[in-house]
Design a protein around this ligand. Structure first.
Ligand SMILES: Nc1ncnc2c1ncn2[C@@H]1O[C@H](COP(=O)(O)OP(=O)(O)OP(=O)(O)O)[C@@H](O)[C@H]1O
Ligand SMILES: [Mg+2]
Length: 218
């Protein structure tokens, strides 16, 4: 049995990772390829806890009232969720020959925890926590201007989350443009996500075709 590919989509909130995970899944399914879309935080037990923290449903006591857990706790939870996600979902599907597309992966941990910590040494520590995370075959980073991403988040009208802060998102967008400096051995493709969904989807598909040694679509 040939193992399935492992493809990751990354970007700031509102960049379109969820949209393009779904579109890519449908496009590959239409070609008869077995494919599974998944996401981080995952739908496993630790992932569910993280989602409750992100939405403000789960807090810890602080000096000035309740607050979200610190970035250190978040980094550990994300790493634990990732281990579970890999063991329960990613690797078993790949072993069955299924291509797995994940909406976010450990790049998000490195980006969000280092930017929200604002301290030296965080990147290396978070990378150490995730040292056993299986490397994707292809990582697609959706690059977007922070104000365009913010407008999309506003239009989508989802509830606010703890990382939903303009300044933090600006630093994240900058961090994402240089992601390969932190993951020099990974196959990382940047796509300009400031364009229409169709244009971005075509480039996402072409990145996957290149991975599979197929000619690009024009
Ligand atoms: N290229 C695009 N042009 C216009 N609107 C888009 C584009 N891509 C996504 N959108 C819209 O922007 C909103 C955010 O997209 P999406 O939910 O895919 O982003 P996301 O990166 O998954 O965000 P989050 O990280 O917050 O989950 C959605 O309403 C989506 O339909
Ligand atoms: Mg999303």
């Amino acid at each position: 049995m040939i193992e399935g590919n492992f493809i990751v989509l990354e970007g700031v909130d509102g960049a379109g990772t969820t949209t393009h995970t779904r579109i890519l899944q449908e496009a590959l399914m239409q070609r008869g390829l077995p494919v599974r879309a998944t996401r981080e935080p995952s739908d496993g037990p630790v992932g569910v806890l993280i989602r409750q923290i992100l939405s403000g449903r789960c807090v810890v006591p602080g000096l000035h009232g309740s607050r979200p857990p610190s970035w250190t706790t978040m980094a550990l939870l994300f790493a634990a969720d990732r281990t579970d996600h890999i063991e329960a979902e990613i690797v078993p599907n790949m072993m069955d020959g299924v291509t797995v597309i994940s909406d976010r992966y450990d790049y998000s941990s490195v980006a969000y925890q280092s930017v929200s910590a604002g301290e030296e040494g965080v990147i290396e520590w978070v990378k150490t926590l995730n040292a056993h995370a299986r490397r994707p075959d292809l990582t697609i980073v959706l690059d977007i201007a922070p104000d365009v991403a913010e407008q999309r988040r506003i239009d989508r009208r989802a509830g606010r989350e703890i990382y939903d802060d303009s300044d933090l998102q600006r630093q994240l967008a900058d961090f994402y443009t240089k992601m390969e400096t932190h993951f020099p051995d990974d196959r990382i493709v940047h796509i300009d996500a400031d364009r229409s969904i169709d244009e971005v989807a075509r480039d996402v598909m072409n990145a996957v075709r290149a991975l599979r040694n197929e000619d690009p679509l024009s």
